[in-house]
Design a protein around this ligand. Sequence first.
Ligand code: NDP
Length: 465
Amino acid sequence: MTFDYDLFVIGGGSGGVRAARIAASEYGARVGLAEESRMGGTCVIRGCVPKKLMIFASQAEAHAAEARGYGWAGAQAGAFDWQSFHKKLDAELTRLEGAYTGGLAAANVEIHKSRAKLYDAHTVELADGQRLTAKHILIAVGGRPQLPGFEGEELGLISDDLFLMDKLPGRVLVVGGGFIACEFATILNGLGAETVLAYRGDAVLRGFDMEMRRHATEQLRAVGVDLRLNQKDLKLEKDGDRVRAHLDEGPETFDAVMFATGRAPYTKGLGLEELGVKLAKNGAIVVDDYSQSSVPSIFAVGDVTDRVNLTPVAIREGHSFADTVFGAKPRTVDHSLYGAAVYVRPHEVASIGLTEEEAAERGQHDVYSASFRPMRSLFAGSDARAVMKLIVDSDSQKVVGCHIFGPEAGEMIQLVAIPMGMGATKAQFDAAIAVHPTLAEELVTMRKPARHIGGKAADKTVGKA
Ligand code: NDP
């Protein structure tokens, strides 16, 4: 049987674009790709990229305060002009979208600006009814924000909406305590909005190392976010052109309410169930180590598979899929070790490997930890503390976890990922001569464990790092 394409990709986000490009340019596959929205997907258009630019924008006042601490009397950030920032942001996203589209075109990938769904195991149907056949189909449609089911939640916004606002809200409620809630509370607060964060737990960033969670929670409060922890269900109702939110403390009025209560795989209406593609309870496509679904011609990568929902993981999955299927180089992705950073400010949270809590459950580990006030902010008059932690397997002496709460922690964890991926021991970390004065030098100068965890000596403090 002849097909229109060797590969048809549904979804032009990070994972789909990488798979399409590698299959076409490296292995000569005939590739088609359908994208219903802007090319680049969540990360480029309404996620990582615009979010990080907004994080940068939100730090002007903090930078001015630091400058004053260094003797720049009267240094002020001035007035933030959302319209001019927004215009620039739009132009930047258009540039990036063009780069993604250009990269695909240069690789001879045929782009269809349309929604696509499955018609059968080798056929996709576009919005205009056109049907295209392919030997392999890759689903890379990502995820979409998920609402918690609160009364009146339709009055709330999701993170996508924040990038499109005409003006900044004066008073805003952010609901959730994960990546998006913490980052957007940081942004909105930094840009001058009176920001309330309502979270059902007692420390934000569940899943991260508990010590880092506590620091992140305290920092949000310290920078001026009004934190409401252990919040129960919320009810929203209209209050003129504002929104009244019934919090545990009683009703309060906001210019905007934003839900950041998780994301779910975007599989509805794709025709997957009809074809017998196995889905998880939350709609995620169930795939094997090679990203192959229960229907052999259909593969899936990225957030739609709900493995590790991070852009670089989706890219790696897309690349591995192309190598395996079109390059005769079978490759799987190791989902057990990956770095992640949450861009709260001034100190970010960044992690790789086991948390202290996970390590304690698995057996005996040594925890090396340093907590200090970085020289840069200390000199400017800030008491903010940074924390660095290494978790070391007591038997093998391998570094199995690293957690950093500090300025540019994301940059540091990226580099720690290299020795950790190589299975480096604590002694090998220590063999590196420190670069002084830096924050990262702490990672190679922590001589004695702060405590042993797991097993008989659990949680016993043995000395200061
Ligand atoms: P997260 O899963 O990180 O957080 C969801 C938050 O919503 C949690 O605090 C959760 O509480 C809370 N929540 C969920 N359901 C309810 C409910 N019914 N009622 C009240 N609260 C609820 O999701 P995000 O939306 O923040 O981010 C989605 C994904 O996007 C992340 O998992 C991450 O992979 C990715 N991302 C990565 C970024 C980065 O790398 N820097 C930045 C932004 C997003 P609880 O903790 O109690 O479950």
